[in-house]
Design a binder for this molecule. Structure first.
Ligand code: R7I
Ligand code: MG
Ligand code: MG
Length: 349
C-alpha cells in the first residue's frame, strides 16, 4: 500500500475493530496461553460462523462516535462529540465501559451540564482519569487530519472529554500519532519511527501539567518518552518473551501501561514470529501477539490493530476475520469517507 492510500485508511479502522472484537474474549485474563489465542482466531475461519458474531465493546462504540462526529461536522466539534458519547452510552450502556467513565456520561446527559469538559475534570478526586479510554478511540483523528499539529490538538481535545489527567490524554495523543506516522509508511523504519514519536511527545511532556501529574503519580518525568525508549531497547533484543513485555511495558487499563505496549506489538510483529503460524499476515501476527499478552486485551489489540492496519492496509486483513465483526461494513465505508476528508484537507481544501 502506498503512503496515505485508501487501503491504509480502511485497514486502520477495520484493524481497530478486529482488535476490539477478537480481544474481548480475553479482557481481564492475566495469563492467556498462545494456543488458546490461536484456537480462538482459527475459529474465525470456519465456514459456518455467523456474520457479525463477535460484538464490539466500548472501545469501538466510542471510536464510532468519533468517526461520526468527524464526518458530520466541518470542524472538530467537542460539544457534538460529548453529546454522541453520552447518547451512545444511554442507548447501549452494557458495552463494558470503564468503571469511572460512566459518571462522566451521566453528568453529560444532565441538562445542568454547561461545560462539556467539566465532568472529566471531576473524575478521581479532581485529578482526572489516566485510563486508556481516550487512547482506544484516538485512531480516527489521525485519519481525518493530515497535519501533525492538528492530530495532536484534536486527539487531545477528543480525550479531554473523559480523561483530564495528562497521563490519560497524552496516551491518546501518542496513539493518534502512532497511526498518523504509520499511515505515511514510517513504521518500517522501526527506530526512526520511535524517534519521531519521542520527538513529539517530548514537547508535550515538558508542559507544566504533564510534569506535575507524573510526579503526583510517582512516575518518572517524561513518562511516555521513557517508555518509548524502553520499546526501542526491547526491539533491539534478539527475542522478547510475553512475560518481559508485560513486566517492562505493562498490559493494564492505564494508558501509560498499554499505549506503548500496543506500539511495541505492531513493531515487534513487523517480522515473522517463530511462535505464530507462518501463513499469518502482519495484521494477524500483531493481533495474535497482542491477545497473548493478556490483561486489557481488547484495548491493546484495538490500538495495535489500528497501527498495523494503517501500515499494511486492507490486503493483510483476512476477509473471514473481518466478516465476524459487528459493524464491519461501517468500518470499511467510514475508512473511505475519512480518506476523502483527509485528502481534501491535505490539498488545503
Ligand atoms: O479509561 P476508561 O474509559 O476505561 C477504558 C477501559 C478499556 O479497557 C475498555 O475496554 C474498558 O474495559 O475500560 O475508563 P475510566 O473509568 O476513566 O478508567 C479506567 C480505570 O482506570 C478506572 O475504572 C480505574 O480503575 C482506573 N483509573 C484510576 N484509578 C485511580 N486513580 C483511572 N484513573 C484513575 C485514577 O486517577
Ligand atoms: Mg472494551
Ligand atoms: Mg479494554
Amino acid at each position: 500500500a502506498g503512503p496515505s492510500s485508501l487501503s491504509r485508511f480502511r485497514g486502520a479502522l477495520v484493524g481497530a475493530l478486529l482488535g476490539d472484537c477478537v480481544g474481548a474474549e480475553f479482557e481481564g485474563t492475566e495469563e492467556v496461553p498462545l494456543d488458546r489465542v490461536l484456537q480462538h482466531l482459527d475459529g474465525l475461519e470456519e465456514e459456518n460462523r455467523g456474520d457479525g458474531i463477535l460484538q464490539y465493546s466500548d472501545d469501538t462504540a466510542m471510536t464510532r462516535c468519533v468517526v461520526q462526529s468527524l464526518l458530520s461536522r466541518s470542524e472538530f466539534d467537542v460539544s457534538d462529540l460529548g453529546r454522541r458519547f453520552a447518547e451512545e452510552y444511554r442507548r447501549a450502556p452494557l458495552r463494558g465501559y470503564g468503571a469511572g467513565v460512566v459518571q462522566v456520561f451521566k453528568k453529560l446527559l444532565s441538562p445542568r451540564c454547561a461545560d462539556v469538559l467539566q465532568p472529566a475534570r471531576e473524575q478521581f478526586g479532581g485529578r482526572g482519569s489516566f485510563g486508556n479510554g481516550g487512547a482506544m478511540r484516538a485512531a480516527p483523528i489521525a485519519l481525518a487530519y493530515p497535519q501533525t499539529q492538528d492530530v495532536i490538538e484534536f486527539s487531545r481535545r477528543c480525550a479531554l472529554l473523559t480523561h483530564a489527567s495528562s497521563l490519560g490524554y497524552n496516551g491518546a495523543v501518542l496513539q493518534a500519532l502512532a497511526v498518523h506516522f504509520a499511515l505515511r509508511g514510517a513504521l518500517c523504519s522501526g527506530g526512526q519511527y520511535l524517534e519521531l514519536l519521542i520527538g513529539e511527545m517530548e514537547s508535550l511532556e515538558r508542559e507544566e501539567k504533564a510534569l506535575s501529574d507524573a510526579r503526583e503519580l510517582n512516575e518518572a518525568d517524561f513518562p511516555y518518552c521513557t517508555r518509548l525508549r524502553k520499546v526501542k531497547e526491547m526491539l533491539e533484543r534478539s527475542d522478547v518473551s510475553v512475560e518481559e513485555v508485560v513486566m517492562e511495558l505493562g498490559n493494564g487499563i492505564a494508558a501509560l501501561h498499554s499505549v506503548p505496549t500496543a506500539i511495541f506489538c505492531a513493531l515487534h510483529c513487523l517480522s515473522v514470529r517463530p511462535s505464530l503460524p507462518p501463513h499469518y499476515s502482519g495484521v494477524q501476527r500483531t493481533l495474535a501477539f497482542s491477545l497473548a499478552l493478556g490483561g486489557d486485551t481488547d484495548t491493546i489489540a484495538t490500538m495495535a490493530g489500528a497501527i498495523a492496519g494503517a501500515h499494511y492496509g486492507m490486503e493483510q486483513v483476512p476477509a473471514s476475520w473481518q466478516r465476524c465483526c459487528e459493524g464491519e461494513q461501517d468500518a470499511e465505508e467510514w475508512g473511505e469517507r475519512l480518506h476523502k476528508l483527509y485528502q481534501s484537507r491535505a490539498l488545503g481544501g
